[in-house]
Design a protein around this ligand. Structure first.
Ligand code: SF4
Length: 199
């Protein structure tokens, strides 16, 4: 895929703004202040041709869709290998924010757990509802231990924030009803109109 970008504006177009060092209470209080700038491609698969003034995808591109979201105005994405972002939760949060504009997503959220601080892979916020999402990827293949910790955390939060709703989900490559695993496609289908398109 090719994106025309003029040389003189390339520098400002190569990075995207993401949340950084988020604490759960900051989300509850709507007080997010930490951001960082990251390269558009999580897999370093964008090249630039100065002569033609185009960014282009390199052969190892995983077709995750992030660059297409950033650089085009198309309604439907051509690159939809969103599963490749299971290993990149911050980029997954960015993608879900764009495709599900009525919900907010935060990756690597710190929170006080039962005996120590925990890090939630992904938090999805929708009005008064919070979904704590445990992500299965190459780094973390087994969900059971983490699921227990996430569920205990959700119970604790229900007691602390009685007016809010909390649930736990596990996100993986394949649906697994027995192990309660859903996919990124399932998350996208939960959008109000049951579909997604670039806002
Ligand atoms: S589709 Fe994803 S992996 Fe491919 S170049 Fe774009 S951002 Fe990188």
């Amino acid at each position: 895929m090719i994106f025309p970008i003029k040389n003189n504006i390339l520098r400002e177009k190569t990075q995207i703004k993401m949340y950084e060092k988020i604490h759960f209470k900051d989300i509850i209080n709507n007080n997010i202040q930490n951001f960082e700038m990251r390269l558009v491609c999580p897999f370093f698969q964008l090249g630039y041709d100065e002569t033609k003034e185009v960014l282009y995808t390199l052969p190892e591109c995983k077709k995750c869709g992030i660059c297409e979201l950033v650089y085009t105005n198309k309604n439907d994405l051509e690159f939809t290998n969103f599963d490749s972002l299971l290993s990149e939760p911050k980029y997954l949060a960015f993608l879900l924010d764009k495709l599900l504009p009525n919900k907010k997503h935060y990756a690597f959220v710190s929170i006080e757990g039962h005996s120590r601080n925990m890090r939630i892979d992904l938090v999805q916020k929708s009005n008064n509802s919070y979904t704590l999402i445990n992500i299965l990827n190459d780094e973390k293949k087994d969900s059971s231990k983490y699921n227990r910790a996430y569920k205990m955390l959700a119970e604790k939060l229900k007691i602390k924030y009685k007016e809010l709703n909390f649930q736990v989900k596990t996100l993986g490559l394949k649906n697994d009803n027995y192990r309660n695993i859903i996919t990124i496609e399932d998350l996208l289908k939960e959008n109000e109109n049951g579909s997604y398109s670039k806002p």
